[in-house]
Design a protein around this ligand. Structure first.
Ligand code: ATP
Ligand code: LTN
Length: 334
């Protein structure tokens, strides 16, 4: 790339609703890390989004700090990129409100995540759960992001973001960059270790269904050993073997080996050997992140310094966008 050519902007956030899983790591973080080399990246904790579900204050704070430490431990560079926490940048809530007024009730009602989450938390179907996607649109549009790395589950929200941006641009002249989704191939969908038809999710109530990125290696080994497979005792990729195929996906994402190479490697061997190899690959994959995480999480002063730097850099861009957007809408400015 030429030096004078502007790099594309990439943005993605993750909610601090729990410790990230191997699914988040392979499906999201690994892509983020490779994108950070090539693009101007903003990554961070979507803590405003996470109060759509009731959380104890101490838990929210701890999870946010932990997530921030994990992002740094992955090797994302807070000097080169913008690593930040959404609630530290007031422009997100400001633009979120403006975009609410350019989004139709019917559009927001069609969001499948809203339907799923309101069924799951029937006692707390709050307005934030409903306007969640417009806040997400604000996150993205504030920074003129070109690409948004997301899992398949967030595609509908990104489509809505594009619709809102196009609508606003249609009314006021080209203003927002219309973002593209970026859905990585490897590890795009890591499945539950216990119910391999369901995606691995940090909010699953069954602890054995997921591996946390900070999990003790011995626990990782145990969880993979108890992963659901089938009775055939043959390692090959097939729709009819969701448990084994999921472990192959995990092994392949960690080692770079193809499905054929994995099938050859375990020809004539049982699931015991296969699972032991998968567990070792996962432990090795997560080792550098874990070592760095344990070091960083104790260094509160450093984490705060990085959060402050991220907030300052993000606010500089976001405040400008909000100011310009408010001018377009017709707010009185002095
Ligand atoms: P929750 O359990 O709180 O709904 P989650 O673990 O499903 O959360 P999110 O916080 O919604 O994860 O997602 C963060 C990012 O990780 C998103 O880009 C999402 O698509 C990706 N991701 C989440 N789970 C998986 C998975 N099992 N496999 C691959 N990618 C995933
Ligand atoms: N909704 C996303 C988290 C999220 C996000 C964003 C992702 C909030 N704001 C902006 C990409 C860009 C989720 O639940 N995974």
């Amino acid at each position: 790339m030429e030096n004078n050519e502007q790099k594309k902007v990439v943005l993605s956030l993750i909610q601090p609703t729990g410790t990230p899983t191997l699914g988040n790591y392979l499906g999201a973080f690994k892509n983020w890390k490779s994108m950070a080399q090539e693009y101007d990246c903003l990554f961070g904790a979507a803590d405003l989004h996470s109060i759509t579900v009731r959380t104890a204050p101490a838990d929210l704070r701890k999870r946010t700090i932990d997530l921030f430490a994990i992002l740094l431990a992955m090797g994302l560079d807070p000097e080169k990129n913008i690593i930040f926490c959404q609630s530290h940048v007031s422009a997100h809530a400001q633009l979120g409100w403006i975009l609410d007024c350019y989004t139709q009730f019917g559009e927001a009602s069609r969001m499948t995540q809203f339907k799923d989450k309101s069924a799951k938390h029937a006692d707390n179907v709050n307005l934030g759960l409903f306007t969640y996607p417009t806040l997400m649109a604000a996150d993205i549009l504030l920074y003129n992001a070109d690409y948004v790395p997301i899992g398949a589950d967030q595609k509908q929200h990104l489509e809505l973001t594009r619709d809102i941006a196009n609508r606003f641009n249609g009314l006021y002249g080209d203003f927002f960059k219309v973002p593209e989704p970026f859905i990585g191939k490897a590890g795009a969908r890591v499945m539950s270790l216990q119910e391999p038809e369901k995606k691995m999710s940090k909010s699953d109530t069954n602890q054995k269904s997921f591996i946390l990125v900070t999990e003790d290696p011995n626990v990782i080994v145990k969880k993979i050993k108890s992963a659901v497979t089938d009775s055939e005792a043959a390692v090959y990729y097939s729709e009819n073997k969701p448990g084994v195929s999921n472990l192959m996906d995990i092994y392949s994402a960690c080692t770079g080996k193809s499905y054929e190479a994995i099938t050859d490697e375990f020809a004539g061997k049982g699931y015991g050997d296969f699972k032991a190899a998968v567990a070792e690959a996962v432990v090795e994959e997560l080792r550098p992140l874990q070592e760095e995480y344990h070091r960083l999480v104790k260094d509160k002063a450093y984490l705060e310094e990085c959060a402050k730097l991220g907030a300052e850099k993000a606010s500089r861009i976001a405040d400008r966008t909000v100011r310009k957007c408010m001018k377009k809408v017709g707010f009185w400015q002095y």
